[in-house]
Design a protein around this ligand. Structure first.
Ligand code: DCP
Ligand code: MG
Length: 458
């Protein structure tokens, strides 16, 4: 814990839903739910207008529909979320060289490196308000909530206290009185199982944790976990803000605005990603034993599958072969097979368990040497399939009417609202769903498959 409040945590409000409201003016101020819109889909997030009705992340979309039937249910546009995230992270890096992203929409910023005249509460408060204003401006209207405190623990808790669009600065010395009445689950590492074990010992609040003391927590949870909790419950947290974590895995992933259901295409994309991972491994002089694939289905459920090789590799065809075998397992699975066939919207390949040396003789695999199949030209992922291609919320462009988004589709008809971030709320028109004048719209600059440091192989 520092003597001054110099750790800042920023988290965008209702991130995916806020991007949708920004880009779809008719939805501003209205309940919006983003997630899997199909029968088994889950909610990724909901706008605050939908949260009033009890809609929450990770709830089934079916439940969300029953709680808030008048919400707009949208299937998500990852290119837009990545773009917004990039703008925000870029801005944070302008204010401090020490920025630690935790996910697409949240990051720690070390204010000791931000060149402020001092780190008094008044100074960091003004700085944080200005930062929130700049995020709003740079993103064309997204709001962020910010916490500033003497540690990561308190900064992250603080950013959540006045959501949405809030700022909480925890004055040095007031940390414990803030934490004491809170539920023990506010402390990272107290998940449902730990919380239950603590509850049986009569511990439900942070104050209870504090009273329990080190010996009792170690007895209940073991030395490492109990000891860690003992410190955190007393607001003792010295974890530094780290800009570049040491890479423990190398991974490549791509998100697709249209669900992919052609297995040959999926295999081809995985092979291409495997080749890229291997190229990056070789460039860094690294190799790894565990190959992981990550797949997000049309309903937003995401899973990964891993396999461990006998020896480390940095060889594209070897990674590709493992990735393909993992995909084949998914396709053969009684639950996952139908999921894959119904459509995949994100694919990734990663290699972990890295060693910074390569045992040439162990991975060299004669039968794959010179294999050309990985370089085969792949068709681009389809921009839209014909039937069922019109996912609610997706961007489209009409030959005469210009840009809009899919409001709904079914029974051979697709309904589009013609509006964008820059226009007022626009009109709605319906078309036959194979109308050649209507096309899916994607941003002009083709997206690089992102190397996502946050979602490396589990
Ligand atoms: N997300 C997801 N699945 C979840 C939780 C979140 O896909 N189970 C995505 C959607 C969110 C984004 O991650 O918009 C950021 O997650 P947050 O937990 O920060 O949630 P929000 O930004 O949506 O809301 P809040 O205002 O509470 O931060
Ligand atoms: Mg958020």
């Amino acid at each position: 814990m520092r003597s001054q409040a110099s750790v800042l945590h920023l988290d965008l409000d209702a991130f995916f839903a806020a991007v949708e409201q920004r880009d779809k003016p008719s939805l501003r101020g209205k309940p919006v739910v983003v997630g899997g819109v199909g029968g088994r889909g889950v909610v990724a997030t909901a706008s605050y207008e939908a949260r009033v009705h009890g809609v929450r992340s990770a709830m089934s979309t079916r439940e969300a529909r029953s709680r808030c039937p008048h919400a707009a249910f949208l299937s998500g546009r990852f290119h837009a979320y990545r773009e917004a995230s990039g703008v925000v992270m870029g801005l944070l890096r302008e204010v401090s060289p020490l920025v630690e992203p935790l996910s697409l929409d949240e990051a720690f910023v070390d204010l000791e490196q931000a060149g402020l005249p001092d780190l008094e509460v008044a100074t960091v408060t003004d700085f944080a308000q200005d930062l929130r204003r700049r995020v709003h401006e740079a993103t064309d209207g997204l709001t962020a909530s910010v916490g500033v405190a003497t540690s990561k623990l308190l900064a992250k808790i603080a950013s959540d206290l006045d959501k949405p669009d809030g700022l909480v600065v925890v004055a040095p010395g007031t940390e414990q009185e803030l934490l004491r009445p809170m539920r023990a689950t506010i402390i990272p590492g107290v998940g449902p199982a730990t919380a239950e074990r603590l509850r049986r010992a009569g511990i439900t609040t942070v104050a209870d944790l504090e009273e329990a003391g080190l010996d009792e927590l170690v007895r209940l949870l073991g030395r490492a976990h109990g000891g860690g909790l003992h410190l955190l419950s007393r607001a003792r947290d010295d974890r530094p803000v780290v800009a570049e974590r040491e890479a423990k895995s190398v991974s490549v992933e791509g998100t697709y605005d249209t669900d992919l259901s052609d297995l040959r295409l999926i295999e081809g994309l995985l092979a291409r990603q495997a080749g890229e991972v291997a190229t990056r491994l070789r460039a860094a002089g690294l190799s790894g034993r565990t190959v992981t694939i990550k797949v997000r289905f049309h309903d937003f459920t995401t899973l990964s599958r891993s396999t461990t090789l006998a020896s480390p590799t940095d060889h594209g065809p070897t990674v590709a072969r493992s990735a393909r075998a993992l995909l084949a397992e998914l396709v053969a699975g009684p639950d996952t097979g139908p999921q894959v066939r119904a459509g995949v919207r994100l694919l990734g390949v990663g290699v972990s368990g890295l060693a910074d040396w390569v045992q040439e003789d162990l991975f060299a695999d004669a039968e794959d040497d010179g294999a050309e199949e990985e370089d085969e030209e792949l068709p681009e992922p389809p921009r839209a399939r014909h039937l069922g291609a019109w996912a609610p919320g997706m961007d489209v462009v009409h030959a005469e009417l210009g840009r809009g988004w899919v409001w709904g589709a079914g029974r051979g008809v697709v309904t589009v609202r013609f509006e964008t971030r820059e226009t007022p709320a626009g009109p709605v028109r319906s078309f036959p769903d194979d109308d050649p004048a209507l096309r899916a719209w994607t941003p002009p600059v083709p997206e690089e498959p992102a190397q996502d440091p946050l979602s490396g192989p589990a």
